[in-house]
Ligand binder design. Structure first.
Ligand code: RUB
Length: 306
C-alpha cells in the first residue's frame, strides 16, 4: 500500500482533513503521491496498486461521493490509456489529477460568483458546520463590497462551526456563534440560510452535516430561503440505481468520552435534507432546483453513470 494513500486515508478518517472538497482534494493528492512513489513496473502491478488505493480511500469516510467520483474518474483515465509500463500510467495519474483539481477550483470560483449575488447588503446569513464552498462564497460577497452578518452554529460534536467563525472574523464579517440547539431562536433574524453538501441523491435530496435537516425545517417554518452550495460532482450516481447514500456513523467517544456503561450513544455524521425544503442548489451550472441535478449530470458528466 502506497504510504501517501495510507497516511491520507488515516488523516481523513480522523477528521484532520474535513469537508467534502478537502477530502476529495486530499484523496487526489494521495493518488499523485502513489504515482510518484510507486515501485510497480508493469501495467498489471500499477493497476493493482490503484485498486488498493481506491478501496482504502473509499473506506476512509462513507458519505463522500465527490471523493469517490474523483478517484473513479482518475482511475478510468488510466484504464482508458494504452500505456503498458507503470511510468507512463503514473504520468496519466498526475495529469488527470491535475485536470480534476483545476476543474474543481474553477467550479468553486463560479459557484462563489453566482452565489455571492444572492447576498444583499444588510443580510444576516445563517450557516451550519464548515463548508469551504460556503465560506468561499461569503468571502466573494465580501470582496464584492457587500456588508452582511453571519450566524453560525458550533456544530456538535466536533465543532466545525468554530472554523467557520474564525474564517468569517478573519474576513472582517460580524459573526454570531450559537449552540446548535439555539438555531430556532436565531432563525427569525436570518434572511437566508446557506449550507454545503456532502452528497446529492438522484431524487435531489441533500446529505450534509448532522443537524442540517433540522435547520432546513426551521428555515421552512420561518419562511427563510434555504440554499445548498455544492459542486455537481457531489451527486452520487449509486443512488440512481437504488442504493441509499450511506450515512457515516462516527465513534460515540466524540459525543461523550467517558459515557456510563450500557448507555447507547449514537453519532451519525450526516443527515438528509429533503428537496422540498431546498430553494435551490447553487452549483457551477447556476442556481438549479434540487430535483434537476440528475438531469444536469447526464448532460455534463455522462461518464458518472457508466
Ligand atoms: C462537513 C460538512 C460540509 C460539507 C461541504 O462535514 O458537512 O458542509 O462537507 O463542505 P465534516 P465543502 O466536517 O464531517 O467533513 O463545501 O467544503 O465541500
Amino acid at each position: 500500500m502506497a504510504q501517501a494513500v495510507r497516511v491520507t486515508a488515516e488523516r481523513i478518517r480522523k477528521l484532520e482533513v474535513q469537508g467534502a472538497r478537502n477530502v476529495a482534494i486530499a484523496a487526489i493528492k494521495a493518488l499523485e503521491g502513489l504515482a510518484e512513489e510507486t515501485s510497480a513496473e508493469t501495467r498489471k502491478q500499477f493497476m493493482k496498486e490503484l485498486e488498493e488505493a481506491r478501496v482504502t480511500l473509499f473506506a476512509s469516510r462513507a458519505t463522500e461521493p465527490l471523493m469517490r467520483n474523483a478517484v473513479r474518474w482518475i482511475i478510468s483515465q488510466v484504464e482508458n490509456s494504452d500505456g503498458e509500463d507503470a511510468d507512463t500510467l503514473a504520468e496519466v495519474v498526475s495529469s488527470s489529477s491535475n485536470q480534476f483539481l483545476k476543474d474543481l477550483e474553477a467550479s468553486k470560483e463560479l459557484i462563489a460568483e453566482i452565489g455571492a449575488k444572492r447576498i444583499r447588503d444588510g443580510m444576516v446569513v445563517f450557516t451550519h458546520c464548515h463548508s469551504s464552498t460556503v465560506t468561499h462564497l461569503l468571502s466573494k460577497a465580501k470582496e464584492d463590497g457587500k456588508t452582511f452578518e453571519v450566524v453560525c452554529t458550533e456544530t456538535r460534536p466536533v465543532f466545525q462551526g468554530r472554523i467557520t467563525a474564525k474564517e468569517m472574523l478573519a474576513l472582517g464579517v460580524k459573526t454570531t456563534f450559537i449552540v446548535d440547539s439555539a438555531a430556532r431562536s436565531f432563525m427569525r433574524d436570518a434572511d437566508i440560510v446557506i449550507v454545503g453538501a456532502d452528497a446529492i441523491t438522484s431524487e435531489g435530496n441533500v446529505i450534509n452535516k448532522i443537524g442540517t435537516g433540522t435547520i432546513a425545517l426551521l428555515a421552512h417554518e420561518a419562511r427563510k430561503p434555504f440554499y445548498v452550495v455544492a459542486e455537481l460532482l457531489k451527486f452520487d450516481p449509486a443512488t440512481a440505481c437504488g442504493d441509499y447514500e450511506k450515512i457515516e456513523e462516527r465513534s460515540p467517544d466524540e459525543v461523550w468520552k467517558d459515557a456510563p456503561e450500557k448507555l447507547i450513544v449514537r453519532n451519525p455524521a450526516f443527515d438528509v435534507t429533503r428537496r422540498d425544503f431546498i430553494h435551490g442548489v447553487i452549483c457551477e451550472e447556476g442556481i438549479i432546483p434540487p430535483h434537476s441535478v440528475k438531469e444536469v449530470m447526464h448532460r455534463k458528466h455522462p461518464w458518472i453513470f457508466e
